[in-house]
Design a protein around this ligand. Structure first.
Ligand code: IDP
Ligand code: MG
Length: 138
């Protein structure tokens, strides 16, 4: 069964949106196969966001992800990688479609990094790599 890594970023946890986001994933019909809250460390985030090293928002992104607890979860179901990214909406919350997590619950805060509540893996390879980082390969 396909699996994806979802992160509820520090803005989502701070704004008490954990239940809202988990509920949207469950109502769509995906299984929450595992879930944990953690405070990520820099080494973990540098691995997770390796593809973005050198981009202007990279350091602000890592700092933002260090700014408070996050929730990591594994969602499971056919085509869940694509399906969760559809639930999440576009990266930029200003233009993310209403009805999506980012479109409904986030907006531009004028910060160097876009604060957009959730992360979702973008391919089967990324999902396997990210699940191993956050759940030790389980
Ligand atoms: P995604 O989360 O929609 O997959 P990515 O391109 O993988 O988007 O970027 C990772 C994260 O970095 C985004 O979720 C967002 O928080 C931030 N980000 C991406 N592009 C920009 C940008 O152009 N400016 C500021 N922050 C960005
Ligand atoms: Mg991405």
């Amino acid at each position: 069964m396909e699996r994806t890594l979802v992160l509820i970023k520090p803005d989502g946890v701070r704004r008490n949106l954990v239940g809202e986001i988990v509920a949207r994933i469950e109502r769509k019909g995906y299984l929450i196969a595992n879930i944990r809250m953690l405070e990520a460390d820099r080494a973990l985030l540098e691995k997770h966001y390796a593809e973005h090293v050198g981009k202007p928002f990279y350091e602000p992104l890592v700092e933002f992800m260090l700014s408070g607890p996050i929730v990591a979860l594994i969602a499971e179901g056919n085509r869940v990688i694509e399906g969760f990214r559809s639930l999440a909406g576009a990266t930029d919350p200003t233009v993310a479609a209403p009805g999506t997590i980012r479109g409904d619950l986030a907006r531009d805060q004028g910060t160097k990094v876009v604060q957009n509540i959730v992360h979702g893996s973008d391919s089967i390879e990324s999902a396997e790599r990210e699940i191993a980082l956050f759940f030790g390969g389980k």
